[in-house]
Design a protein around this ligand. Sequence first.
Ligand code: COA
Length: 197
Amino acid sequence: MAIRAPEFRAYIKMPTIDDAEILAENANDPDVARMVAKRGEFPHPYTKANASSFIEFAQFAAKSGVEFHFGIYSMATDKIMGMIALMRNQSEQDPKTMEVGYWLGKPYWGQGYAKEALLLALKFGFEDIGLDRVVAETTGDNARSIRVLEHAKFSRYAPDAQPNGANPDPKLHYELKREGYERLKLSDERMGRIYST
Ligand SMILES: CC(C)(COP(=O)(O)OP(=O)(O)OC[C@H]1O[C@@H](n2cnc3c(N)ncnc32)[C@H](O)[C@@H]1OP(=O)(O)O)[C@@H](O)C(=O)NCCC(=O)NCCS
């Protein structure tokens, strides 16, 4: 299954083992690793073997309905550029809440692909698997990621820890509830044209 919109230059779908080499090339970047590792484990250096085992895990997790790790692909080349996932978050008990996380290979930064991928993943989360809330974690030094979340109408929700010597960049917590998603759809007419193939 792929999720697309006619005017988007990115689409998302489950990665396959054929994507492993290019996925590893994109993931093998210290700036990607540094930011993603703030949320969970992310190998660096990132090898083709790392990518292959991750893709196997992603396929298994999707089949069992636990987590959904989509590749972000270029419409122009059909090559994988990065990943976006809806994952379980240990601090969220509600089964209708999932956490979104994403990364792109550096050559693809700053071209709007992450904003598109997030809209596609939100459509899948709220409409295809019936989530009521999507949360995200980032840090104050990740201005690009914050802009991506704000663009999709996420807002800050938790009393975030204050920076201190031991933890200069504490996590910022963002959420998008179903009402916010409905407002997002009204404000961005492209969302009504998202479809699955
Ligand atoms: C986060 C990430 C996916 C964003 O990708 P991207 O391609 O830059 O995102 P987009 O182009 O879709 O949008 C980026 C937004 O940040 C803005 N931006 C671009 N460069 C910026 C900069 N240096 N500082 C602040 N904002 C910047 C863009 O203008 C855009 O906002 P706008 O539409 O309001 O103008 C990418 O930077 C990445 O993979 N980073 C490493 C992994 C990561 O941090 N993941 C998120 C963990 S929480």
